[in-house]
Ligand binder design. Structure first.
Ligand SMILES: Nc1ncnc2c1ncn2[C@@H]1O[C@H](COP(=O)(O)OP(=O)(O)OP(=O)(O)O)[C@@H](O)[C@H]1O
Length: 327
């Protein structure tokens, strides 16, 4: 874990709103009061259900659009109003780079170099993302994964202090994804601040110092991975030996606060207190000489926590169309 909380913020968003279309019922509030701080050198992941407002928020923070309300500061400046100053210090990897298909990979890099102050050599950026051997290939001939890597190379050209990655590994095979993770970790170790959106919870678990989960334009949970997972039940699974018969005839030990479900001899226990429940269960098994087949005990995964948080938020957060104008 990379504790950056003492450092000055690289990104600060307060009360951000983004509305598409007119005021009133005909418009749509995609971002509804986003507060976010990313410290310098931190890797922050923005997660959320489809349409939660991640891209809409990223575009405000990147200075590509003006917020309907609220403030954003990137490296202490307004990324929309002071765009020229901010753009020199940030790198943006959009969901769709949209580069002309007839240019080669190297030509695309050179075109962007001309627009980037203090750019690193194109070949260096291509090497970072493993595309050097594809430098003479036309963009339209690249695979989807290679295009994503070209998007990343372009974002890295200006040696950015803050790097914005919108779903950076979508469409990449597992090997290419692992390579991007290694690169992002290296960049972070060199001091780059990274704000990324992703649908891959494993990616957030692997990379993020802190994360926020968005639902319908708002942050509904946030913190370190451990903080977000905390409070979600751990799971113990095992199979009773045949001689025990069906679970309901056996009388498992009391497991306060736990939920027990049986599928024949296969038992699943969900518990908020993993250590205490497991200790009780193992003591009971030892006392009765019962072998717990395939015993597995694990804390909630980020995926389980995410699904529970999203389901909870869906029940408690009305759809934006029912809210009307959020301002
Ligand atoms: N230009 C637009 N006009 C109207 N509504 C829009 C526009 N762009 C996005 N939206 C809506 O705003 C909401 C948020 O979209 P956004 O793309 O920010 O979400 P997201 O969290 O990035 O989604 P995903 O995970 O599916 O990429 C969605 O309901 C989307 O349909």
């Amino acid at each position: 874990m990379n504790d950056t909380s003492h450092r000055e913020p690289a990104v600060e968003a307060a009360g951000l709103h983004r509305r598409y279309g007119p005021a009133g019922a005909a418009g749509f509030d995609a971002v509804r009061g986003l507060d976010l701080t990313v410290h310098r050198g931190e890797l922050f992941a923005l997660l959320g259900t489809n349409g939660a407002g991640k891209t809409s928020s990223m575009e405000l923070i990147e200075g590509l659009a003006a917020p309907t309300a609220g403030t954003v500061r990137v490296l202490g400046r307004d990324p929309y109003r002071e765009r020229t100053a901010v753009r020199q210090r940030i790198g943006i990897m959009l969901q769709e780079g949209g580069f002309p298909g007839d240019l080669t990979v190297a030509e695309t890099g050179r075109t962007w170099t001309g627009l980037t102050s203090g750019a690193r050599p194109v070949d260096e950026a291509l090497e970072l993302v493993g595309l050097l051997d594809r430098r003479r290939v036309r963009v339209k001939q690249l695979s989807g994964g290679e295009r994503r890597r070209l998007d990343l190379a372009i974002a890295l050209l200006g040696r950015p202090e803050v790097l914005f990655l919108d779903e950076p590994t979508t469409g990449l095979d597992p090997e290419a994804r692992a390579a991007v993770w290694r690169l992002v970790r290296e960049l972070r170790e060199q001091g780059t601040t990274v704000l990324l959106t992703t649908h891959y919870l494993e990616e957030a678990e692997e990379l993020a110092d802190r994360l926020a989960i968005m639902h319908r334009g708002r942050v509904v949970a946030g913190g370190t991975v451990a903080e977000v997972i905390a409070g979600h039940p751990s799971r113990i699974t095992f199979e009773l030996p045949e001689r025990c018969g069906a679970y309901d005839g056996l009388g498992l030990p009391a497991m306060p606060g736990a939920e027990v479900a049986a599928d024949g001899r296969r038992i699943t226990v969900r518990t908020p207190t993993l250590q205490a429940t497991l200790t009780g269960l193992l003591g009971w098994a030892a006392h009765h000489g019962v072998a717990l087949g395939g015993l597995d005990a694990r804390s909630a995964s980020l995926e389980e926590a995410f699904l529970a948080i999203a389901a909870d938020a869906a029940e408690t957060t009305p759809a934006p169309s029912l809210i009307g104008n959020a301002r």
